[in-house]
Design a protein around this ligand. Sequence first.
Ligand code: UT7
Length: 335
Amino acid sequence: MTDRNQSEIRSNAIITAIGSYVPERILTNADLEKLVDTSDEWIVQRTGIQERHIASDHQFTSHLCFAAVQDMMERYNKDVTDIDYIIVATSTPDAVFPSVASQVQSHFGIENCGSVDLQAACAGFTAAIQLANGLLVSGAYRKVLVIGAETLSKVTDYSDRTTCILFGDGAGAFLMEASGSGSGNVLHMYSKTDGARGHQLYRSSLASAIGDHVIQPNGLIVQNGREVYRWAVSHVAEGVKQLMTRSSLSAADIDWFIPHSANMRIIEALCERTGFSLDQTLSSIKLFGNTSAASIPLAIDGAVKAGTIKQDQLMLLYGFGGGLTQAGIIIRWSL
Ligand code: UT7
């Protein structure tokens, strides 16, 4: 029987530029102490978060995408008008349709270009890279823009202390181009979905139930924190190990581990269970909070700006969250 999650893959996708953006306004733990019954000490101990960036009333996910792409263009001297396809991973699009990706197309005046929003919650950015790799390797497209972007503050219940302390806003972008030589940066991938647990973490829209589970129809993020925590440290750790086993790589072979920045304690537990040290782990949790689809590119871009990531290093990126969904990739950095 063929293993549909087999890890050895074809790739001609080269990451040729990265950019990111977070809104100016900062929401500190001290600010949250004024909104709900919480404390800086509790938040730092339980989550590792010190502050998050919050979009202004007039700033939506598309605006964060424009700024991240602009940052990428300026730093890498890249033209985006010849992009073939745009994928925006987000759970907080400005509107259900038109897509955020189509607004990025319009903003930058990209003439011949496909566009789609991808909804895989906190696994969105890594899922989008998996799909972008497929588009490039098919030969249909040569230049794909992948963005992870969120304005979670607009769908956060600031009267619920168990969720409002976690979330922040931001955006990160990768430009992926087909290589002439045929060998790409995306080396291995793994995905898993556990839809039966979907009701543990959701943002409602049309329906008032997920499966047999009645949900709160208020359009805000609702989560059973303890259950999602348990799932993350057991099932996600198992997924990371699966990706390494199928790639015949161990934590010692990989230079950087970049799990979704859900909570510092989850990251520590994942490291403990998978053999990664905290020194080889990158996150964006401390200063940006949980930014869902944006958390992985924000963590990587922070390290790129600091000069921490070197050419040819191996990186394991692992997104997980609402769905409940996991998507992991191992890439070789060549920027
Ligand atoms: O990105 C998508 C995936 N999402 C996640 O991965 C989130 C997963 N879950 C978590 O990160 C954690 O479960 C939370 C940060 C949400 C909560 O941390 P916890 O250590 O699991 O706390 P808990 O839910 O077990 O609650 C412990 C206590 C409770 O009080 P009692 O019942 O022991 O008296 C809570 O009511 O902490 C209380 N609590 C708070 N206290 C102060 C919950 N939130 C707060 C708060 N401030 N903000």
